[in-house]
Ligand binder design. Structure first.
Ligand SMILES: C[S@@+](CC[C@H](N)C(=O)[O-])C[C@H]1O[C@@H](n2cnc3c(N)ncnc32)[C@H](O)[C@@H]1O
Length: 260
């Protein structure tokens, strides 16, 4: 995982932003994004479905009474943003956007200049202890009270062991009543997965199996439908049986009922 101001090299946040229809990207990002769309045309849908899931899950968490949100690997500002969704339900909700990319952080800070209780934090999500004690984060988040931690479309940039260790690291440090909102892109066809991984140069991409994704929720209490495709996750609906394609964003929300 690398980040910086180099505009000649495809950048994870900008490639993703291009797929989402954002405006902050350069030729290298567009070329990479378009090349991957040629390989797997539904990619743009997967990204949009992922955002819709994140917003659904944040809205659900806010309705459950959670008023603090940590968005890990937040990416370039998208609309609606997490703080908009949370504050639509709980107007005083507090949000920390965490990222390591200086461009993402500068956009987030420009956008948030007038929002009290919302902050952008320069930290590596792989280090839960450092994230949760970061002074910028602690200015808006009290980890002794329930928090919703979002890991949206980021765990496929970590190998499965690291992803599990990161999740456990947060789950152990968060108060009971907190939850983890998780989504991971996966491809059933190993050939497609390998080709996408080879063509994606902005970072190392791992095609996690559904069993790996299930293991990310070990020790957490799965909410509502469990782990579903992102576009079908609704906290109040049972698990749908239909799968529409071989590329999925697998998504779920896990509640922390006690330390892991
Ligand atoms: C795919 S994008 C954003 C996805 C966004 N979470 C969503 O669900 O819509 C991933 C973001 O994670 C950030 N990122 C990558 N590795 C990171 C790390 N180790 N710590 C913090 N942020 C990281 C990238 O800079 C990028 O902005």
């Amino acid at each position: 995982m690398t980040a910086g101001f180099d505009i000649a090299t495809p950048n994870m946040a900008r490639v993703y932003g291009y797929w989402l229809g954002g405006k902050d990207h350069y030729a290298a990002d567009r070329e990479e994004a378009e090349r991957l769309l040629m390989t797997y045309p539904p990619l743009r849908d997967l990204v949009r479905e992922n955002r819709a899931f994140v917003i659904q899950a944040v809205t659900w968490a806010a309705r459950q009474g959670i008023s603090q949100f940590i968005d890990l690997g937040a990416g370039l500002p998208a609309s609606p943003a997490v703080h908009h969704a949370a504050r639509a339900v709980r107007p005083t909700a507090r949000v920390a956007y965490v990222d390591i990319d200086p461009i993402v952080l500068s956009h987030a800070r420009a956008l948030l200049a007038t929002s009290d209780g919302v902050t952008a934090v320069d930290a590596d999500l792989r280090d839960p202890a450092a994230v949760l004690t970061d002074p910028d984060l602690r200015a808006v988040i009290d980890p002794t009270r329930p928090v919703a931690v979002i890991l949206g479309a980021i765990l496929h940039f970590l190998d499965a062991d690291t992803a599990r260790a990161v999740i456990t690291g947060y789950a152990r440090k968060l108060a009971p009543g907190s939850c983890l909102i998780i989504s991971v892109a996966c491809f059933d066809d190993e050939g497609v997965g390998k080709r996408l991984a080879a063509e994606y140069t902005a970072a190392t991409w791992h095609n996690h199996s559904p069993a790996d994704v299930e293991s990310f929720f070990a020790g957490l209490e799965l909410v509502g439908p469990g782990i579903t495709e992102a576009q079908t996750w609704r906290a109040w609906l049972p698990e749908p049986v239909l799968r529409r394609r071989d590329g999925h964003v697998l998504a779920g929300v896990g509640r922390i009922t006690r330390g892991r």
